[in-house]
Design a protein around this ligand. Structure first.
Ligand code: PLP
Length: 430
């Protein structure tokens, strides 16, 4: 015990945000499956609606089960506050809705989750929000694209699709030298491996659907406000720095200080756009997080063992996993994520496209599907599935050439995983 005061990561994963239920003494967090909450009296109702007092009104905006999930993830990321929503994509949408006006732009890493590339490049364009792509390995490429209408910089800490670590601190420096917030999607790393706020991130996003929930059974997303960014600059972020008519001309950053972004995302963006998470999913995801440190370490240990084994196979042309000592991303991994290199990586089959298809069909324990971050081991051959619509040149540029196989290594016994891969490789001709 001694004199240390701050609870550790594993303790926070289980206890942060939760206490025995005040109404029933239930130890596990109850699922408050209700849409709405009775006011104590008319003055109480008026105070809640005017943001003079915090309390529950309607589950689109707050719910006690969801609040446990929010406090827990905020604690694990070292943030000031968090807002949980229906999916990772809706967390991205609400974040940008808080920051962007029509005609504004943001600079994003070119290597992102495929769904984010679609959302930014197509859906956001309809709102008049422009994305500018930059090379995540080159911080100066971000700087070169910033102009007076740029409102944010956006990266993934551990980038899709291949699983490479990004120099968060270097990109944070570029963003901050232009008075811009750095937004980091930390889905693939989770706060067990990387805590982006410690490296300069101002807002951290997650698809809770993946490793945080961890069991492949519930969709959810969350935004974490680091409480670090100054939103006061006149005219720059009108949602945060200008009087809101719907709340008696309240100015969010003046009223709520370092909680202004998370609170504004709740009382303006979530209230009006509406992608609320179900209390049941919040319960499932908060329960999943209780075992996050155990699961993530096992994911990393299994992935390293599988990657090391793959490197020695004749049918395998190359393996790209930052945990391997000779990988070009190994130094960044050691710096940002010394506990492990994550669960997701790619490798190449010498037999190319046909070998890739035959391999995914030959696997028995790995599931062939388009997801990551399940307890189960998952596999996909991008060139015949997620990236099939691209030209061969685009496929190669996206890291999805004909020979590429992507694994999300689960937490089964690693000798079973290697045996399954071995038998599937054995079925490939050549
Ligand atoms: C899955 C994923 C998303 C989108 O999250 P959903 O919960 O599917 O909406 C965003 N970023 C990354 C890195 C992801 O893996």
């Amino acid at each position: 015990m001694g004199d240390h005061k701050e609870p550790g990561f594993a303790t926070l994963s289980i206890h942060a945000g939760a206490q025995p239920d005040p109404a029933t003494n239930a130890r596990a967090t109850p699922i408050y499956q209700t849409t709405s909450y009775v006011f104590n009296d008319a003055d109480h109702a008026a105070a809640l609606f005017g943001l003079k007092e915090f309390g529950n009104i309607y589950t689109r905006i707050t719910n006690p089960t969801t609040a446990v999930l929010e406090e827990r993830v905020a604690a694990l990321e070292g943030g000031a506050a968090a807002l949980a929503v229906a999916s990772g994509h809706s967390a991205q949408l609400l974040t940008m809705h808080m920051l962007m006006q029509p005609g504004d732009n943001f600079v994003a890493a070119r290597k992102l989750y495929g769904g984010s590339i679609n959302q930014f490049g197509h859906a956001f364009r309809n709102f008049g929000w422009e994305v500018r792509w930059a090379d995540p390995a080159d911080p100066q490429d971000f700087a070169a694209q910033i102009d007076e209408r740029t409102k944010a910089v956006y990266i993934e800490s551990l980038a899709n699709p291949g699983g490479t670590f990004v120099d968060i601190a270097a990109i944070a420096e570029v963003a901050h030298s232009h008075d811009l917030p750095l937004i980091v999607d930390n889905t693939m790393a989770t706060p067990y491996l990387v805590r982006p706020i410690e490296h300069g991130a101002d807002i951290v996003l997650h698809s809770l659907t993946k490793f945080l929930g961890g069991h492949g059974n519930s969709m959810g997303g969350i935004l974490v406000d680091g409480g670090t960014f100054d939103w006061s600059k006149q005219g720059r972020y009108p949602m945060l720095s200008e009087p809101r008519a719907e709340y008696n001309n309240l100015v969010l950053h003046e009223a709520f200080g370092n909680l202004a972004f998370a609170l504004g995302a709740r009382v303006l963006s979530l209230r009006d756009l509406g992608p609320a998470i179900s209390p049941f999913n919040a319960f499932m995801l908060a329960t999943g997080i209780e075992t996050l440190p155990l699961r993530m370490q096992r994911h990393c240990d299994n992935a390293l063992a599988v990657a090391s084994w793959l490197k020695d196979q004749d049918t395998v042309g190359w393996v790209s996993y930052p945990g391997l000592a000779d990988d070009q991303n190994h130094a960044l991994q050691q710096r940002y994520s010394p506990k492990g290199a994550g669960a997701v990586f790619t490798f190449g089959l010498r037999g190319g496209y046909e070998a890739g298809k035959s391999f995914v069909e030959g696997l028995e324990l790995f599931s062939h599907l388009a997801n990551i971050g399940d307890t189960r081991s998952l596999v996909i051959h991008p060139a015949s599935t997620t990236h099939a619509q691209l030209t061969p040149e685009q496929q190669i540029a996206a890291g999805a050439g004909p020979d590429v196989v992507r694994l999300s290594v689960g937490i089964e016994d690693v000798h079973d995983l290697i045996a399954d891969i071995g038998q599937a490789l054995g079925k490939i001709d050549g």
